[in-house]
Design a protein around this ligand. Structure first.
Ligand SMILES: [Zn+2]
Length: 137
């Protein structure tokens, strides 16, 4: 099970294509950088992660603890979250800034809302702002 490490998910492709259309160029899933960011802007030292709400245990409506084997899943999601935290620290220590886009910010949203998220992400990349999290409302 690829789980938390899964690449090229639908939300991720949406963000990638959107950023490309805004004229940005990037590196994908490179293990040369901590946490193998989904999208890396190497010269800007900016890493973008598109997190699936389920596997990353997001506190939102897309996440629901499975009823069966609850203890197993609780441990699993806790481990996934702990790994996310380690990656955040490693990237920070290496001087990278980070943007996390949660799946709930784009899944099931109207095109205009998705475009808004993409533009927010583009501004974040270009303006050199500090860490940012974009999540659904
Ligand atoms: Zn979410």
């Amino acid at each position: 099970m690829a789980g938390i490490q899964s690449k090229n998910t639908k939300p991720e492709l949406t963000i990638r294509k959107g950023l490309f259309r805004q004229g940005l160029r990037y590196t994908l899933h490179s293990n040369r950088y901590p946490g193998r960011p989904d999208i890396a802007f190497v010269s800007r030292k900016a890493a973008v992660f598109v997190h699936g709400c389920y596997w990353h245990g997001h506190d939102c409506s897309l996440f629901k603890m499975p009823a069966n084997n609850a203890e197993f899943w609780r441990t699993k999601f806790a481990r996934n979250k702990a790994r996310d935290q380690v990656v955040r620290t490693e990237l920070k220590d290496a001087g990278w800034r980070q943007l996390v886009i949660w799946e709930c910010a784009i899944r099931g949203k109207a095109a205009a809302e998705v475009l808004d998220v993409i533009k927010q992400a583009e501004r974040w990349v270009r303006d050199g702002n500090a860490n940012l999290i974009i999540r659904g409302r």
